[in-house]
Design a protein around this ligand. Sequence first.
Ligand code: ACM
Length: 631
Amino acid sequence: MKLNKILSIAVIISGLSTATIAQNISIIPEPYQMTTKPGNYTLPKSIAINAPSSANVVSDQIAAKLRTTTGRVVSLTKNKSSIDLQIINDANLGTEGYTLDINEKGIQIKANANAGLFFGWQTVMQLLPAAVYSNTLQANTNWTLPYVSILDKPRFGWRGMMLDVSRHFFNKAEVLTFIDDMVRYKYNRFHWHLTDDQGWRIEIKSLPKLTSVGAWRAERKGKWMNTPAPGINEPKTYGGFYTQEDIKEVVAYAKARFIEVIPEIDIPGHSLAMNTAYPFLSTTPNYPFQVNAGEEFMDWEGFNGHVAAKIDNSLDPSNETVYEYLDKIFGEIAPLFPFEYIHMGGDENPKNNWEKSSNVQALMKKEGLKDQNEVQSYFVRRVQKIINSKGKKMMGWDEILEGGLSGDAAVMSWRGIKGGIEAAKKGHKVVMSPNDYNYIDFYQGEVTAEGKVYRGLRMKTTYGFEPIPEGIDPNLILGNQANQWTEQIFDIRYAQYMTWPRSMAVAETSWSPKEKKNWNSFSKKVERQFEKLDAANVRYAISIYDPIVTTELNTKGELFGIMEGEVEGLDIYYTINDQMPDNYSEKYTAPFLIPDDVLSLRVISYRNGKQIGKYLNIPIESLRKRAVKVL
Ligand code: ACM
C-alpha cells in the first residue's frame, strides 16, 4: 500500500515534469521525430566542445555564441565534452538532417555533413533559455536544457526567403541581420532581389552607370504610388548599392550558415533603373528616364487586360546591345554567386511599348514570332543561353512560361500555384512562393491598424499552404519560399516586423512533415518564440492577437459585426459608442448589430485577465466597406 502510494506519487511527479518540459519545448520548425524525457542538463561552468576539425565552421560559431552570452570558458577538446559533434554516415539523414540527444552526458549532435550539425545546433538554441539569443552577456541565466532525443531532417531542400533591396535599400549590415533572422528557423536559400524600377543595387564594373545613375533616386517619405514624380533636376539622394566585395562578404557569411544566395536581375520588365542608366536599351531611347521614386507609372490593367507601362520600364528585345550588356552583367555576376541558379525575374513585363516598336515588329517577322508572348519567350531563351554560357541554370517568375519555356529553366510560382503546376507538368523544377500564402509584404492583421499594402494575409492562412499540388511529381517541387517586397518597407526594423512571426509558418511548411503540422500547437509555439525574438532584439508583429473582424449586411440593410480570434484563448471586448474598451466592456460571444448611428468599433483582446495585443479602432466606413451581403 505504502509502496504503491510512493510509486504513484513518483509517476505523478515524473508525469508532471515531463508535461512541464514538453510545454516548455517550442521548436520551430517542428522536428521530424522527437521524444522528451524527464530531466534536465545544465551547461557546466567550463564548456567543452568536441568536434572534428572539418566541422570548425560550426564549432567555432557555437563557441563564439556561448562565450558571448554565457560568459563561460568554452574550449574545443578531444576529451570529455559537454557538446559533442560527430560526422556519421546515415543515409536516412541526408545532407541537412541530424540527430540530437540531450541527456546526463550533455549534448550530442550527429549528422552526415556540417549543415546537419549546424541545423542541430539551431535546435539546441531553441531548447536553451531565450537569453541565449542575446548578443550580450546574460550572467544570471540558468543554462538548462530538457532531455530530448530528436531525429530531424527537412521535407524540402529549398527553404527560401526573398528580400527586395531595390524599392528600399538595405545596407550590407542589414542584409546580414536578415540572414541571421533566417538562420533561427532553418531557412537555406536567400533570394536577393537586386534590381527593379526603383534602383539597381549590384556593382557591374564594365557598366558603371548601372550604379552611378541607376542606384539613386529622389527620396520620398510618404505613401507608395501616392507620391509626386521627381523633378528632372531634383537631387537623387536616396539609394545605394553593393560593391562586388560586399557581395562576396554576404555570400560567404550566408555560406557559413548553410544558406545559398540566389541573385535576381529582374528583366525585361522592372528595368526602369537600367533604362535610366542606359536609355538606348529601351524601345523609347529619347525618353528622359528617371529612377522611380514611388510615383504611379504603371497601368495594371491597361494593355489588353495586361499590365502596361506609362513610362517604359522594359528592355528592347530586338536590340542586340541589350544581349551584349546582359552578357557582361551575368558574366560578372556568375562568379560572385556559387549557387547553381541565377534568377532573371521575367515578371509583369509590360508589352505596350514593344507593341508600338517597329524594331520589335521587324524582329517578329524575322523570327516568326506570332504575338508579344512569343517575343517575351524569345527574350527569355536568349537570356537563358547567356546564363547557361556562364555555367548556371536559369530561374524566373512564372511569366517565363508564357510563349514557351525550354531546357532546364526552373519556375518560381508567385501568381498562386497555377504557374507551378503548369511548369511541373512540362517537366520544369518549381519553387512555390504563391502570393496568396507566402507574400509576407501583405498586411498581416486588422487593416485599419496595419499599413495597407495591397492586401491582407493572416499567418493562419500562410500556415495552411501545401506546396505539393495533387497529381504533381513531388520531385519537381524544389521547395517553398516567402517573399519580402519592400515598396512600403523603409527600414530593417519594419522589414523584421513584416517578416516575423509569419515566416515561422513558411519555415514549418518547408521543413516539417506535413502530418506534423497543427495550427493550434504551432501558434502556441509561436507565442513562446516571442521571448526569443525579444532576446535577439528582433522586431515582430503581434497581429495574431488582432481579432479577425468581418461584417455582414442582411436583406433589411442591417450591419452585423463578427469577430474571431486567430489564436485560441482570446477574450474579445468591444464598444460601439466611441468609448475605450476594457475587460468590463461588452464581451464578444455572437454577431452583434451595428446601428446606423455608430461611428466606430473599438476592440481589445485579453487573455487570462491581461490585455494582449493591440487596441483596434475601426471606423464605420471600413466596417461597411468590408461587409458581405447575406441573402
Ligand atoms: C512578383 O511579385 N511580381 C513576382
